[in-house]
Each structure stands twice: as C-alpha cells, then as structure tokens.
Design a protein around this ligand. Sequence first.
Ligand code: T1G
Length: 688
Amino acid sequence: MSDFLKVSRDGDVAIVTIDNPPVNALSFHVREPLMQALVGLRDDPTVAAIVIACAGRTFVAGADITEFGKPVQQPELRAIVATLETIAKPTIAAIHGTALGGGLELALGCHFRVADAGAKLGLPEVKLGLLPGGGGTVRLPRLVGAVKALKMIVSGALIGAEEAHAAGLVDAVFKGDLTTHAVNFAREIARKGGPFTPVRDRNDGPRETDLAAFDAEAADLAKKARGLEAPIACAQAVRNAVTLPFDEALAAERALFVELVASDQSRAQRHLFFAEREAAKIPGKDIIKRRIARIGIIGAGTMGGGIAMAFANGGYSVTLLETSQEVLQRGLGTIDKNYAVSVTRGSLTEDAKWQRLAQFTGSTNYADLADCDLIVEAVFEDMAVKKEVFGKLDAVAKPGAILATNTSYLDINEIAASTSRPQDVLGLHFFSPANVMKLLEIVRAEKTAPEALATVVDLARRIGKVAVVVGVCHGFVGNRMLAARGAESEALLLEGATPRQIDQAFTDFGWPMGPFQMGDLAGLDIGWRNRKARGQTAVIADTLCEQGRFGQKTGRGFYLYEASERTPVPDPQVEALIRDKAAEKGIVPRAIGAEEIIERTLYPLVNEGAKILEEGIAARASDIDVVWANGYGFPVGKGGPMFWAGLEGPAKLIERLDHWHQRTGKDVFKVAPLLRRMAETGSWETGG
Ligand code: T1G
C-alpha cells in the first residue's frame, strides 16, 4: 500500500493499519492511500468487513495541524468519511491511545467503534481556535445526543472509553490485543448481517432535543468564551446538527471551519500548540537523564504544599520537610483538605485521595532527604535563608541529586555558589496554586549540568506541567515582564484612570482579569514586601497596604469584597485616595481610554520580552508566549505577547513606545533594538 498505511487480511476481514508516527496525524500522505484502500476493499467481494486501526502509541490524533493554512490537497478527510459511508459491509474503527479531532471523525464515518479500555476520545479542535471540520459536529450528536456533543465540542475535553461506551459513542471496550478483538467483533457483526446504518442516518440520542435547554447550555458555555470565536461557532454547528437536514448542517460546518482556520485566533492558538512542544526541546543530543523516583520538598507552606501535591499527583513519593512538627502537621492538613475538596467536587475518588496521601512522608530531619533524587526548596523568599537551606542540603543530599529552588526572583547562581555542587542546582519556579497552574519556569543557572536540566524538563511533562527553560535574571521571564507591564499602572491611576477602567481594558482584551483584581486575588502584601526589600515604592498600593488593605484576604484592596469574597466592587475611598495622591503630585486628572491603557501596559510587556531575547534569557520568542499563556492568563486567542506583537503591528508598537518614551523618559518605553529589527525582518530571531 504505502509506508504510512498497510492492508492485511484475517480471513474475510480486512485490516487497514495507519502508520504515521508519532501520532498518526491524517496527513495527505495518509489520506491518499487510505481513500484508495477503502474504495478497493468496498468493491472486493471477498471482504466481509473492514477494520481501521493504527500502529504505534495512538489511534489518529487528528488532521495534520501543520497542513493548515496551506493549499488543501485532495482527498480531504470529509471525502474519505463520505466514501466510508457508501460501504455496505460493516466498518469498525479500533481505537487505542487517543482518537482526537479528525481521528474521531474518521471513526464516526465507520458503522462501529471499539476501544481499548485506556483509550481517550474527543474533538479538541476548539483548543486550536477551530471546530471539527470533518463532520464531527453533525455526526457526534447523532450518537451521544445534542447536549453531550455540545459540551464535548465546546470544551474540547476528552472522555475515557467507558464513558464513551455509556454515551453510545463506542460499541465495545476491550482489554488486551485490540486488533484481534476488533477482527472478532467485525466477523461476528458480518455473520449477523446488515443492513448497517451509517452514523449520518442514526439518531441514537434523545428523540427530541429540548432546544430551550440546549440554548441555555450553549449560552452558559458562550459566557466563558471571553472573546474567542471558536466556542461560539462550535455551539452554532451543533445546533445546526439538530435543527437542519444532515447535508445542510455539514455544509454549514464547512463554512464555519473555513472561516476559523483562516482567523488570527486560530493561527495564534496553533502557534501556542507547537510553541509548547518546542519549549520542551533543549539543545544537545543524547543527554542521559537522571533517574527520579523520590522527591523531597522543603517548606510545607502554600507553595511547598502545592508543589508536593503536583509531584504526588504525578505518582511520585514525596518527603515533606518542615522546621517543626506543628508547622509540618499544618502543611499536611492543608494538603488533606485540598484533596477533600477535589473529592467533593468529584474530580478525585475517595480511594485515590488516600492513595495520594499515602505517598507523603512528613519529616523535620534533613537526614530524611538523603535518598531523594530531586529536592525542591520552597522556603521564605530571602537569600540568607535560602543559602542556609542549600548549605544543609549540600551536606545530606546524595551524589547526583538535583537541588532546586522555587524562588521567584532571587539569583540562583548565588544560591548555587553556596554549595559544592553548582552543577546540580537549578530553579523550578512553580506558579500558585502549584498543583493547578500548568506553567513551570525551569531556571538554568550558569553551572547547571545539561543532564540535570534535561531530567527536570522531562519530569515536568510527567507531572503535567508545561515547561519553559529560562536563564537567570531578576524575575526570570514571567515576573520580569510582569513588572514592565505594571510599571505604568500607578501612573495611569494618578493621571485619571480608575482601577475598574484599567481592569476593563484588560478583560476586553481577553484576560481573565485585570492587574488590580489580580493583585487583590494574589494579595497586595506580597508585592509590598518585594518593593520594600528592593527599596522601591508604589504610592497608591503602598498606602493601601499600610491601611491593611491586602485585597480579597482582608475584604478590601483596590476593590471592596463585601457581598461575596470574590466580586470586586469599586471603592470610592480608593478613588478618593488616588485623587489625593495625584493632587499631592500636582497631577491634573484627564480621561484615559482603553487604547492608551493597552499601549502603556502591553507594549512595554512586549518590549521587555525583546530585551529578554536579546540577553538570551529566553531561547525563543515562542517560549515567552508559552510562559504568558500558561502562567499569566495572556489570551490564547492572541498567541502570547510576542505573537500578538505581530498581529498588532511592530511599527505601531515602536511608534507608540517612542512617543511614551519621549513623554515620560521611562526605560520601559525605550525600544529594544530587537523590536526594531523584528519590524524590519518580521522575525524575533536574534541571529545569536
Ligand atoms: N498534527 C500534526 N502534528 C501533531 C499533531 C497533529 N494533529 N498532534 C501532535 N503532533 C506532533 C507534535 O507537534 C509533536 O511533534 C509530536 O506530534 C508529539 O506530540 C478536520 C480540524 C495526541 C495527545 O488537537 O493533543 O483534527 O514536537 O508532544 O504529549 O476536524 O499531541 O515531536 O516535532 O503532543 O504524547 C485535532 C493534537 C487536530 C490533538 C499526544 N487534534 N495533539 O500528546 O505528544 S485538528 C488535536 C495532541 C483536526 C479536523 C480538525 C497531542 C497528543 P514534535 P506531543 P503527547
């Protein structure tokens, strides 16, 4: 047949095996031989049934995303599915690993689907700013019902084989040799005889779709879209599936797909898809990774506890060390409570909770860390304290153990130099809550050994984190750029903007929340302590903190939190405080629009990113995008700050940054040479 597809026979059952590593994407070089094979087998009277399976670790994980935006090569997936539905003999998809996007759509073109017990199925196109373009929005509702299909397609979430079976998406679930099970299933079906109904003609879901309930569900999901077009299009396409004739709904799906695939949002989200995978690639060939089995965590506070949970959730045994039994028990108690919340929410079973808790060992003795392969320090953010801890670690840790610090700001070269093994020292900068946030900034210090780095990059993937390797500077990539983004926040307030106006400009841009609401959520006292440690001031935020207004945790910060602790209410007292401080500085307030707010916050963000690239603190512009999309809520529909700069127009950024530099003389507006070069070349390549 071809290098990417072979046809074999087991008696009168034909098995079409796709073999396109690493994830059997439906690239053109697969589609062409697949179409030929199906037509041939359809018309071969010696064939009683056809099984479609895949070699390697997964069934088809979708259309080939690298082909999007390029001229389409025929046959397309939907033509293959249409051909499948002309086959009278039974067709069976044998699903192992993942059946995603176009892969599930191919399977929906078959009369039957059987799955391995560990398989996952879904239509995650929405995460690429798309919708299923191979008939998934029209066929899936016919099997699982409109509301289930709506939830699956708008969220892009995957479901397991058992849930898929219960929902009517797969017809049987097997353990063991799936292809053999599928062939036996096919033979049995063929023996029983047809006719076999293609999914397009089935309606196994609830007879009548309660459109009012459907629309209410769709409206609810749309609220969470935050300006993303794909979720809305997905809901519309599924609604078409239950209100229009099949072929009309299919045509409507196509039109929506063509529109989305050409959109900036989808280009941005596809950029992030590949950027996340690129970020995990560190230079150097055949680096031997160290074996990691046991993890040690020093500090059972908010960060230490969350980090410990992240590793336990990844299946690792964890030794949690604290200075006293009392503090240790408090930390373990918080972990227990967090798992209990997950059980209550149904995202964890009671059994799983106890299994996780059994992976923890508490200690107050450094010697108990002697058998750990990786030790993460998460103690108070003070250099002297960190050095003392690393000194003790240096004495007890076994040779080859990786010693990591969770510092958010401090100089890791200095910490490493306080040990006899700087080659084993690096930063693992988790984001709070560490058991939830996906981003992990892995900080490579000057002497960090390549295999130590490669080991933790691999480990990050095993615990479900998105890793980005960064160099040492104050605040690394994320927090350093955050400081540049916030540099003008106070000035904007003093000159006339309100916290609500600035936050509104951010949420309109697509952020989950603006800087002032975020500050109140995280706690204004953290930034206050940092500024004091660095001898810096922020006249308004400092005054609020002096008044005990630390944000949500004290019921008031830049906003009031009376009714419910999470809903921010503008506080006239804060606005009066801002007016007073402005008057003290002789600043006359003026109207400030959203455009100016974005210029004075997000343009410096991009500019700082350019400086970070120039200094080699980040290896790729796309790494910076991954940091901001996974750690700081940068809208995925804009692809991250560096990708967004391309959409916004580097020339405009430079013109406005120059404007504000002249007006304020502030460094954050001083245009980085790389940004000027990017405006000429269109690329962030440093050429370094
Ligand atoms: N197309 C092209 N390359 C792909 C790919 C795809 N669909 N999926 C993965 N890769 C590459 C990836 O870039 C990486 O490359 C390597 O495979 C391993 O991936 C018409 C519109 C399947 C769960 O959204 O979610 O179908 O970096 O590192 O962690 O309706 O890959 O090694 O060079 O992620 O084991 C819908 C996307 C497409 C699923 C495996 N499908 N893939 O995870 O490996 S749109 C998806 C994944 C579509 C139709 C539409 C994951 C995975 P490299 P990996 P993994």
